[in-house]
Write a protein that binds this ligand. Structure first.
Ligand code: UD1
Length: 313
């Protein structure tokens, strides 16, 4: 078994992280994925270097077996999506809470040194001030946000009670190649880009003035690697964002400019559980983890758009 385990490693963010680990010389990486939202093809050219264990993190025995001999675990497996957690709360609860507990428990019992946990910016809810700082009181507005916050609490408790080194990274609206645009719960940029390339109008939920700190997937993968190595950070929570924010209206405008087209969006009712504004304070992540995002929003949009274009048949 390899020293690195990535849960959810066949997913959009996980498969990027697997590539980053291999590029940095990991040799082999073990992936645990039930292929519910992940896809084996996401691992395409790196597949020979991956031990893919098709298992659900709700299955403790499978998780424990996969972690034998692991030194570092990246826990990214989850049922993402705020609206999905509202319309179908049981699977997201059991995967995101029970499954996460299984991952920490198996990591502690197998003697792994560290677990980097994919937490979520949704934990903040609507704060009075921007940017959002880790010291602010969390105010989850959806089951998904509450579940991801519970994972942080477990991460902290597994450190204090069992000595497992855990680091929670609050991901801020990650986007990039391999994000699946085909589900009703897909991330907004994957939906916007496929609409743009198909010359269709996107639907914007609400007035489009809500804002997000969109973070390019490779920057998040790099931060995961840094969090797996940094000293003096066990038990802590860090923002994994860019420090910027763009409204949906601005974002759609920018995409139209890049593509040289004009397509007016359709506006629909606001979505339940939605946070209004999201922007990370990156001070702590820069200071303690060496966070250094490389991709400007425009660069990330262009790269992602090219990827979706290359996938069109
Ligand atoms: C939330 C978290 C994010 C997490 C993600 C997991 C916040 C601020 N962010 O993302 O960190 O990774 O859950 O799923 O809580 N929208 C449209 N049209 C569409 C699709 C979406 O207007 O077709 C709108 C949504 O209503 C929302 C925004 O776009 O206002 C972003 O939505 P989405 O991409 O689903 O992510 P969040 O729910 O913000």
């Amino acid at each position: 078994m390899s020293r690195y385990v990535v849960t959810g490693g066949a997913g959009f963010i996980g498969s990027t992280l697997v590539r980053s680990l291999l590029a940095e010389g990991a040799g082999r990486v073990t992936v645990i994925d039930n292929l519910l939202t992940g896809k084996e093809e996401n691992l395409a050219e790196v597949r020979p270097s991956v031990d893919l264990i098709k298992a659900d993190i709700r299955d403790y025995d499978a998780v424990a077996q996969a972690m034998r001999g692991a030194a570092v675990v990246f826990h990214l497996a989850a049922i993402p999506s705020v609206p999905r957690s509202i319309s179908d709360p049981v699977p997201s609860h059991t995967v995101n809470i029970d499954g996460t507990f299984n991952v920490f428990r198996a990591a502690a019992e197998s003697g792994a040194r560290r677990v980097v946990y994919a937490a979520s910016s949704s934990a903040y809810g609507d704060t009075e001030m921007l940017p959002k700082v880790e010291t602010m009181l969390p105010r989850p507005k959806s089951p998904y946000a509450a579940q991801k916050l519970m994972g942080e609490y477990y991460a902290s408790v597994f450190h204090s009670c069992y000595g497992l080194e855990t680091v929670s990274l609050r991901f801020f609206n990650v986007y990039g190649p391999r994000q699946d645009p085909s589900s009703p719960y897909s991330g907004v940029l994957s939906v916007f880009m496929t609409a743009l390339l198909g010359r269709r109008a996107p639907t914007i939920f609400g007035d489009g003035e809500q804002s997000r700190d969109f973070t390019y997937v490779e920057d998040v993968a790099q931060l995961c690697l840094k969090a797996s190595r940094a000293g003096g950070v066990a038990g802590q929570v860090y923002n994994a964002g860019n420090g910027n924010r763009y409204t949906l209206n601005e974002t759609w405008r920018q995409l139209q400019e890049i593509e040289g087209v004009r397509i007016d969006p359709v506006y629909g009712p606001p979505r339940a559980g939605d946070v209004r504004d999201s922007q990370a304070d990156t001070t702590a992540a820069v200071r303690d983890l060496g966070h250094a995002p490389r991709f400007s929003f425009e660069e990330g949009l262009r790269r992602t758009l090219e990827w979706y274009r290359s996938r069109r048949t």
